[in-house]
Design a protein around this ligand. Sequence first.
Ligand SMILES: C[S@@+](CC[C@H](N)C(=O)[O-])C[C@H]1O[C@@H](n2cnc3c(N)ncnc32)[C@H](O)[C@@H]1O
Length: 288
Amino acid sequence: MTEEIIKENDLIYLILDDRRKWLVKVESGGEFHTHKGIIKFDDLIGKSFGSVIFSRPYETQGYKFYIFKPLPSDYVTYMSRKTQIIYPEDAGLILIYTGIGPGSKVVEAGCGSGALTCILGNYVRPEGHIFSYDIREKSLKRAQRNVINANLQDFVSIQFGDILNDDLGHTNVDSVVLDMPQPWKAVEKIKSYLKLSGTFVSFSPAIEQVKKTTFALQENGFYEINTYELSKRKFQVKENATHPEVRMIGHTGYMTFARKIQDVRNPYREKKPKRDEFVELNGMPLRG
Ligand SMILES: C[S@@+](CC[C@H](N)C(=O)[O-])C[C@H]1O[C@@H](n2cnc3c(N)ncnc32)[C@H](O)[C@@H]1O
């Protein structure tokens, strides 16, 4: 693959050092101010992702900054947020276990800051779409801004909508993704949005939410209901001091997955066949 060139309106992942990293949108004529000098966007446009740039004024600052093309994990970690956002490892599991990918049609609630929305939007391109809802105007505005910054507005719609009480009018969607306080109350309604074999996931920080959601899924005839929690350990690698980092996030959340299945009773196994319904072939009983 050829090198990718930075253009106006691209989102870049700008790194000064391990502690100072930003997601920045490149605007012609614009500047990004840091306490280690100024990055002029016109100095960046036309360079390759993976280049370095020095902060201005060169004489008094001149610090080296690294420019990467943002990864989905960078969207999550460094985007503007107010609500608790999803962690990259959890988003990875959600993608794998829901099968969300190119062409998927997905309903999401709530969008919060839009971190998970942006990751999902990134993966459903070029034919799929994320219909993301929230009931808080502030969340909707922030998520919309993050989606535009990530250039995903063609693949993501951020809209006001209450997943518990509104009829959002979807049918045959591939997946429903919930990250909200009372997901179990949404199960009956979202079942009508999903296609057969479609996938459901709910991200919840507390086990009480998981139990209520699992029971609601069982009552509504969902199948393949499973809950997982991931724990990630980052390692410090140093000469004679290589070990897991001392401070880590101990808990992110639980993810409950399920699939929609056709709701049909089994006419063959409703009652046990009586003895005389069997015929015998060479001493082996066969059902008549
Ligand atoms: C923890 S945040 C979601 C964070 C999001 N996954 C992210 O990565 O940024 C939960 C959101 O659910 C929204 N919410 C709560 N009840 C809702 C409902 N009935 N319908 C839609 N959204 C709802 C809240 O307003 C809040 O923004």
